[in-house]
Design a protein around this ligand. Structure first.
Ligand code: ADP
Ligand code: MG
Length: 724
């Protein structure tokens, strides 16, 4: 049976003995023929053309030149030791230099013999040269036949053992010579036709050995599409099943509370975006199905007010509501905000955090059980405790951007009794008898609010089955924060700027990247800096907050700044989490080169909350990589969180984005990139939707391959249902 040949151990290929097989498995996870087939080259290089030396320019990509060495010379000692060969193409000489493996080159490379030299031109001391090229003999069969040569990633250990990209190339070409039959298709033929996809057999061969760049692109597109499509199929399948099952409370009417607040106490008109998302959520909440929605809105876009207003709808419909904040200090801020918004209304708002103890705690727990508390504000820790509600109808998770996808998934699974365990429940984990409203359907509606703008296509995958609402508009009258990038050799200028702002009655944040663990990187230490700043600014009071402090110490220091007792807050990134100090007008970020874009943007969001012009000063080192320079430049050019998120995704790829890393979601994408392949993600989503519309349980004979895939994927990712 030819198909099962793909499951042959890799040792069934000539050239791969036990020790190489071991290395391939350990380093690249390659065990079978199939694994090797799906280990794709990271690039191809066009080897069909020979260049003349006179055509070469620095910064060209890899090129090949036919010629011979006329002479060699050695120079330098120790680390400067180098070997330079003078390579002649019949017209001109080119310097070819080696800094390592010199004795091997001297032995093996012959003067006067023809070589095809393959390398990247650069300039050294004003002369064009090529360092450490590959050398092949012109008659080498690989070369003469090859137009697009594959390059495979290898690891340090593989390189040490002599296992190069070239060797992997030999393995794959041998493998293809053995695969004399047509590899079986994995997608239904109606999709292949409809989307004009390359058949799998051709795509796999062309992904390794394309004849043209166009063929390579078509092959990659087919393989990427398949990866993304199968993921979307799982997510959508799960979403639809759940939507059918999850009955939600029906919040049909908008009543007294909402209307009174809206007409009499709303301190400012809502933005159009706020109105729109409230409508979207209300549509969910009256549908009879459970709302599962993600509300995205840049820092300062007014999510809290939106949260409050939909809570009022829930209260109008006889339910209790709760909002969870990531930290105690934020929970307290919410309490103040909510109480001041609602001060003239008969709505009971209470706070429950780890610091609420004894009698006060008892009273609150009592109020939750008897239904007299309408809005509970708390932290996760507290909510996960044994807290019982009389009639909880809406849960809002204000995560800022700190909770990873995995943490959320945990909460989800508890909050909703996902994974079949309908009994397990966040709000009454011990599952006591009445009053325990939670595990019984209908489920409370769930809204997650995030300040991290997530590009749409990424959200589609990471947040899978959540519906997404976006506040894409800031309240009017905000002055955009002005962002400047300066180098760290201008402390005096910075000092004067700080004094000017503080004398004008404002407050200043100064943020540093790390505390203590920074032995290797020469980063400023917050503690030293604190001492130093006290010397520079003896006239001001300074707070310090960092990650090594206890939560209570942190809160106390923070509070000093919030209350205006201190003028400067020196901190590590702990302050990212949405503290609101409208009086703070300057955010200075030291070693800005060490921060990612989304982090910088979050930090900047701490200022610009009042009516005054605010500033964000990015202070960096002189030595910046091109990517870092680009990052800082983007920050100075735009305040738009979505633009920044898109740029971040392009620059870093999705793996690094906050949240996705901790998420532990093994998407197992070999080719597709959620950042760069946004359009394909959309196509995959639409196609999955089309397939499931026509055949929800994938029972049609045409879809048998998909049904099998789904079953396998589900086996591999037991946690899927919780994450998406
Ligand atoms: P975030 O989305 O970051 O949580 P907040 O809800 O904290 O933002 O809102 C930021 C500030 O904007 C608050 O002071 C809030 O009162 C104010 N705000 C919210 N909505 C509006 C609006 N429609 N018009 C004017 N100011 C608003
Ligand atoms: Mg907020």
């Amino acid at each position: 049976m030819v198909n099962s040949d793909l499951l042959n151990a890799i040792t069934y290929l000539p050239g791969i003995g036990p020790s190489r097989a071991k290395l391939l498995e350990a380093e690249l996870g390659i065990k079978t023929w199939r694994d090797l087939l799906y280990t794709f080259p990271y690039k191809h290089i066009d080897r069909s053309r020979l260049y003349k030396i006179r055509e070469l320019m620095p910064d060209m990509p890899f090129v090949q030149v036919l010629g011979q060495f006329r002479s060699f010379e050695e120079a330098g000692q120790g680390r400067k030791h180098r070997l330079t060969g003078h390579f002649w193409d019949g017209e001109m000489f080119l310097d070819v230099t080696w800094f390592q493996g010199i004795s091997y080159i001297k032995q093996s490379v012959k003067i006067g013999k023809e070589y095809i030299l393959f390398g990247r031109p650069s300039v050294y001391g004003g002369r064009l040269c090529v360092n450490h090229p590959d050398l092949d003999s012109p008659e080498s069969t690989v070369l003469s036949k090859m137009s697009m040569q594959p390059y495979y990633s290898t690891t340090e250990r593989m390189k040490k053992a002599g296992m190069t990209s070239r060797m992997l190339e030999r393995f794959t070409s041998t493998l293809f010579s053995r695969l004399t039959w047509t590899l079986p298709e994995t997608l239904p033929s109606y999709l292949i036709e409809r989307l004009h996809l390359m058949p799998l057999d051709k795509a796999l061969r062309a992904a390794h050995y394309p004849t043209t760049a166009d063929e390579l692109a078509a092959a990659n597109m087919r393989l990427k599409f398949e990866e993304l499509f199968l993921i979307q199929l799982v997510i959508l399948n799960y979403t639809r099943k759940r939507q059918q099952q999850r009955v939600g409370r029906r919040f049909t009417h908008i009543g007294e509370c909402f209307n009174t607040f809206y007409r009499r106490y709303l301190p400012f008109p809502l933005t159009e975006a706020q109105k729109r998302v409230i409508r979207e959520m209300h549509a969910d909440m009256k549908s009879g199905r459970q709302m599962n929605r993600l509300l995205q809105g840049d820092v300062g876009s007014g999510k809290t007010l939106v949260a409050l207003m939909i809570m009022l709808i829930a209260i109008d419909n006889g339910c209790q509501t709760c909002i969870m904040a990531p930290t105690e200090i934020l929970a307290e801020q919410h309490l103040q905000t909510f109480r001041s918004f609602l001060k003239n209304m008969p709505i009971r708002v209470e706070l429950l955090t780890g610091s609420v103890k004894g009698k006060r705690r008892k009273a609150i727990e009592e109020g939750l059980r008897d239904g007299s508390i309408h809005i509970l504000i708390g932290t996760h820790a507290v909510i996960e405790d044994n807290v019982q509600f009389h009639n909880l109808g809406l849960v809002i998770i204000d995560e800022q951007h700190r909770f990873g996808v995995a943490q959320r998934a945990k909460l989800w699974s508890k909050g909703q009794g996902a994974g079949g365990k309908e009994q397990e429940n966040t709000f009454c984990p011990n599952n006591p008898p009445a009053p325990c409203p939670m595990p019984l359907a209908p489920y409370p509606h769930i809204l997650v609010m995030t300040a991290t703008p997530i590009p749409r296509t990424l959200a589609m995958t990471l947040y899978g089955d959540l519906d997404v609402s976006v506040i894409d508009e800031l309240p009017p009258g905000r002055k955009p924060v002005r962002t400047l990038h300066i180098y760290d050799n201008q402390p005096e200028q910075l000092r004067r700027g700080i004094i000017r702002e503080i004398e004008a009655g404002h407050q200043v944040y100064i943020v540093y990247p790390l505390v203590k663990e920074s032995e290797k990187l020469d980063l400023k230490n917050v503690q030293d800096e604190y001492v130093h700043l006290q010397e520079v600014f003896p006239q001001y009071r300074i707070s310090m907050v960092h990650g090594q402090m206890k939560a209570s110490e942190k809160d106390a220091e923070m509070q000093r700044f919030v209350s205006g007792e201190t003028q400067i807050l020196v901190a590590t990134t702990v302050i990212e989490v949405g503290v609101n100090v409208p009086n703070a007008s300057v955010m200075i970020i030291q070693n800005a080169e060490r921060f990612g874009l989304s982090q910088l943007h979050q930090l900047r969001g701490r200022v610009g909350r009042g009516a005054e012009q605010s500033y964000c000063i990015l202070v960096s080192n002189f030595k910046l990589s091109a990517e870092t320079r680009k990052r800082l430049q983007i920050m100075t050019e735009t305040n738009d969180g979505f633009e920044i998120a898109e740029a971040d995704l392009r620059l870093r790829g999705p793996g690094d984005l906050e949240g996705t890393q901790q998420s532990g979601i093994a998407f197992n994408l070999k080719l597709a990139n959620l950042g760069r392949d946004g359009q394909l993600v959309q196509l995959a989503r639409d196609t999955a939707s089309y397939v499931l519309d026509a055949d929800p349980d994938l029972l049609a004979p045409d879809n048998i391959l998909l049904r099998q895939h789904l079953q396998e994927l589900k086996k591999e990712h037991k946690d899927w249902s919780q994450i998406s």
